[in-house]
Design a protein around this ligand. Structure first.
Ligand code: G3I
Length: 404
């Protein structure tokens, strides 16, 4: 059985009419009486977003307010860091949860056994607290960005002790200040087939080799001990479809059978307009919910076609920005359609979906720089994709995948 807990949703069970009223208010309509559904389902042409991606005359509603009755809206970044005042204002306006993109990963916060670098994590937590934004910790146990000292010259018991010390120190430091954690990240192998889909098909990481499959169980146990109130996630990419989804169900059933304190599954959501498995996403959320788990979309981005495949760019800055080909209008339109379809699915699952977090802030602050993956452009302006997810709450989507 999954451990039950209160969801961190601010307002629950609003009536459809109240939800529509909220949309109108967020859009700055300020009507003196509640609008009719007809008013909202037929936006005027003046209010329609321009498809070029240029700033619209329409006032952008705050995403966190718009989706307040559905789920939290998050972003990833090592805030406040070197973010501009304009970028920080954008975060405050639209997001009610922040995931540290890198600064809490083992290699950065705990580079060697006796070295902790808390400066950036502390600054992030402080900034979020001051601005009334929740924090989702990322990530405790991962095969990447984890230095070799965890495993060097250590037998199984020693490696487990190092893991426990890492988790109890980090989670304990932010107890009561960080609401949830990615406890284990990306433990399932890529690819697979019908055969591996009947197994957990765990990645041959240093953790697996040193500790065995029990490393996952222990990580959740240590995190729960360090902060019994924190919501604990298994987080992975590609687990919404195919053999990897099947393996994720095998793994999660094992953890639940062992009464591991796991509360939620994070579907990362690094997608591309070239192929999004909408029906699989819809079904996967339902499958996780059927296990008694909550779900979040934890690292959402949707790249457009026509650019290269996800490698890191040379760094932030004007030179970098100057070298990027602008997105074509038809690509922005395809991206907007993709975001709309995704959010329509997310809204359908709002009773189990805790949060939708974008992996980055804008098309400059993204690991997929040059692929224009987010809903704000490099100048912090809302793109057609932004308006598409605004409009999802205003009209039903005609071509949703079947719910089978
Ligand atoms: O900190 C150094 C800096 O000192 C140096 O000047 C700079 C030079 O390029 O590199 C900096 O480190 C980079 C780090 O991001 C911080 O910017 C690393 O090279 C770079 O590899 C690292 O990439 C991060 C990547 O995880 C590492 O695997 C991305 O920013 C981050 O967005 C990405 O996030 C992951 C999630 O954690 C897990 N899921 C997949 C997702 C995308 O890969």
């Amino acid at each position: 059985m999954a451990i039950q807990y209160d969801r961190r949703k601010f307002v629950q069970q609003a009536s459809a009419g109240a939800a529509l009223w909220g949309v109108a208010a967020a859009l700055g309509a300020e009507p003196s009486v509640a609008p009719t559904q007809k008013d909202l389902s037929q936006p005027s042409d003046a209010n329609r977003p321009k498809e070029s991606g240029q700033p619209s005359e329409r006032r952008p509603p705050a995403l966190k307010e718009l989706y307040r009755n559905h789920f939290l809206i998050g972003m990833a970044g090592d805030l406040p860091g070197n973010y501009s005042q304009q970028e920080l204002a954008l975060v405050k306006e639209h997001f009610n949860m922040v995931t540290p993109e890198n600064c809490m990963k083992p290699a950065l916060v705990h580079p060697s056994q006796n070295t902790w670098r808390f400066e950036r994590p502390d600054a992030l937590v402080k900034w979020c607290l001051e601005n009334n934004i929740d924090v989702h910790g990322h990530t405790l146990v991962w095969h990447a960005q984890t230095n070799d000292w965890f495993f060097r010259d250590g037998d199984k018991a020693t490696v487990i002790r190092r893991m426990e010390e890492h988790i109890s120190t980090l989670v304990g430091r932010y107890k009561g200040k960080i609401q949830s954690w990615d406890v284990v990240n990306e433990a399932i192998s890529d690819g697979g087939d019908a055969q591996t889909g009947r197994t957990e098909n765990l990645r041959r990481s240093s953790w697996l080799q040193a500790v065995g499959p029990e490393f996952i169980t222990l990580a959740f146990k240590f995190a729960h001990q360090a902060d019994p109130q924190a919501k604990l996630y298994y987080n992975d990419y590609g687990i919404e479809a195919g053999p990897k989804h099947a393996s994720s169900l095998v793994l999660l059933r094992r953890l639940l059978d062992q009464r591991v304190p796991i509360h939620a599954v994070g579907i990362q959501g690094h997608w591309s307009t070239r192929g999004i498995p909408y029906a699989a996403i819809d079904k996967a959320i339902g499958n996780y919910a059927a296990l008694g788990l909550k779900v979040a979309i934890t690292e959402l981005d949707v790249t457009i076609r026509g650019t290269s495949g996800g490698q890191f760019g040379p760094g932030f800055g004007p030179r970098r920005a100057a070298n990027i080909a602008p997105a074509a209008p038809e690509d922005l339109k395809a991206q907007a359609d993709a975001y709309a379809r995704l959010f329509a699915i997310f809204v359908e699952h709002n009773s189990v979906l805790e949060r939708v977090t974008f992996w980055g802030l804008n098309d400059r602050r993204t690991w997929r720089f040059g692929q224009h993956p987010l809903v704000f452009d490099a100048n912090n302006q809302p793109k057609p994709a932004f308006w598409a997810i605004v409009d999802v709450l205003r009209s039903p989507q005609p071509d949703l995948p079947p719910r089978s």
